[in-house]
Design a protein around this ligand. Structure first.
Ligand SMILES: Cc1cc2nc3c(=O)[nH]c(=O)nc-3n(C[C@H](O)[C@H](O)[C@H](O)COP(=O)(O)OP(=O)(O)OC[C@H]3O[C@@H](n4cnc5c(N)ncnc54)[C@H](O)[C@@H]3O)c2cc1C
Ligand code: FES
Length: 365
């Protein structure tokens, strides 16, 4: 009993102390106006106190982020020349030893307390914000929607197949602030006036609940992009695509782009889903077999019910991969979907002799 009381008191004391620190930080510490020097070139005046990621976004400079600044995606890296303070424990899991030496930091974890001198890749300066309208919103299955966004009249987005955008869910229900989440573009870069997305519902997820419960055809959506480097290299070697669930999105864009550009690399697409009802866009993926010489689509169902008709592969996508790929045969791999599926597939690929630097992925974390 005494132990329980002691633990409870310690918890309450810690919570009170944390609250006091937050209140003191917000009320007593006025950091005033700070100057941000960007790429040794541009000076921006910022109000101190907020995160660097948010301040950059307020100034229409869009650093990639999938977690909306919660420090859990590791995408929002920038180089800090001066003023970032020490690396925080929340950043450590996402930074390599070399990145720490090179002063790379997570911009969402850096609070603006003083003047800052930072460097970001030039290509991020061309990332733009777009106002779009939901042209189509359809169910692909029980937990996944296809969202077709049309850009405003006269606007065009230039992106490379495999890249993603950040989708802004506005305040709704009990969520008082807008949040940004990353979604891969499923449409081909040849169509510059639309952005198609495949969005899977995450239970209690802020953005996906907004898409599933609030968003309607005709609504306006703010996006920014393009972001990311999950794009085909110029190699002509045989490759594999591996995806699970909504990870099919960038692969469809890449395949359509290969068709448009006449890229005829030998390629196989291993697509893993849990059950037969999760296998959407089958015809769309299958038809690339007739349009791309050397392309094969290999979907697999992890759990097939005894009464279900299916003559394709069954089992985990990793096992299917293991059965199909011969050692030394494939030189490049493009993986997209859940972190667990990607890590497990990468292990199989290593065993088949594919080098780490030839395995490209986007983890939907
Ligand atoms: C580069 C990139 C591209 C992406 N592209 C797509 C895409 O094309 N389609 C798509 O559906 N998603 C995609 N995602 C995932 C997407 O960005 C969001 O993370 C996801 O939709 C959840 O957002 P949310 O706001 O609904 O959930 P949140 O409010 O962020 O999360 C709610 C809770 O669920 C957990 N959680 C978050 N994501 C997942 C998940 N995927 N599975 C299980 N638990 C989760 C969180 O840890 C949290 O505890 C991509 C992610 C990245 C990094
Ligand atoms: S925005 Fe996700 S870690 Fe910073």
């Amino acid at each position: 009993m005494e132990l329980i009381v002691a633990v409870a008191l310690t918890c309450i004391l810690s919570a009170v102390l944390a609250l006091l620190v937050l209140v003191a930080d917000a009320v007593l510490l006025d950091y005033g106006e700070c100057t941000l020097t960007l790429n040794k070139d541009k000076e921006i005046k910022l109000e101190g106190g907020g995160s660097l990621l948010a301040a950059l976004m307020d100034n229409k400079i869009f650093i990639p982020s999938a977690c909306g600044g919660r420090g859990s995606c590791g995408l929002c890296k920038v180089k800090i020349h001066k003023g970032g303070g020490e690396v925080l424990p929340t950043e450590e899991p996402y930074l390599t030893v070399d990145e720490v030496k090179d002063n790379i930091r997570l911009s969402c974890q850096i609070k603006i307390r003083n003047d800052l001198d930072i460097e970001i890749p030039e290509e991020l300066l061309s990332v733009k914000e777009y106002q779009t309208t939901v042209e189509k919103l359809t169910d692909l299955n029980h937990d996944t929607k296809y969202v077709r966004l049309r850009l405003a009249e006269g606007d065009e987005i230039d992106f490379r197949a495999g890249q993603f955008i950040q989708f802004q869910a506005p305040p709704y229900g009990s969520n008082p602030d807008p949040v940004y989440r990353a979604y891969s573009i499923a449409s081909p870069p040849g169509d510059k006036t639309h952005v198609d997305l495949i969005i899977r519902l995450v239970p209690k997820g802020i953005c996906t609940t907004y898409v599933f419960e609030v968003l309607q055809e005709g609504d306006k959506v703010t996006i920014n992009g393009p972001h990311g480097k999950f794009c085909l290299t110029g190699s002509s070697e045989e490759l594999v695509f591996i995806a699970g669930g909504s990870g099919i999105a960038p692969i469809l864009s890449i395949l359509a782009d290969m068709r448009e550009k006449g890229i005829d690399r030998k390629a196989r697409f291993f697509y893993g889903v849990s059950t037969l009802r999760d296998l959407y866009l089958f015809d769309e993926a299958k038809k690339f077999e007739g349009e791309l010489p050397g392309f094969e689509y290999i979907p697999s169902i992890a759990r097939l019910a005894p009464d279900e008709a299916w003559d394709g592969e069954t089992g985990l996508v990793t096992d299917v991969l293991d059965r199909h790929i011969k050692e030394g045969q494939v030189k490049e791999a493009y993986l997209c979907g859940s972190p667990g599926m990607i890590d497990a597939s990468a292990e199989v690929l290593h065993r088949k002799g594919i080098k780490d630097n030839s395995i490209f992925y986007d983890k939907f974390s």
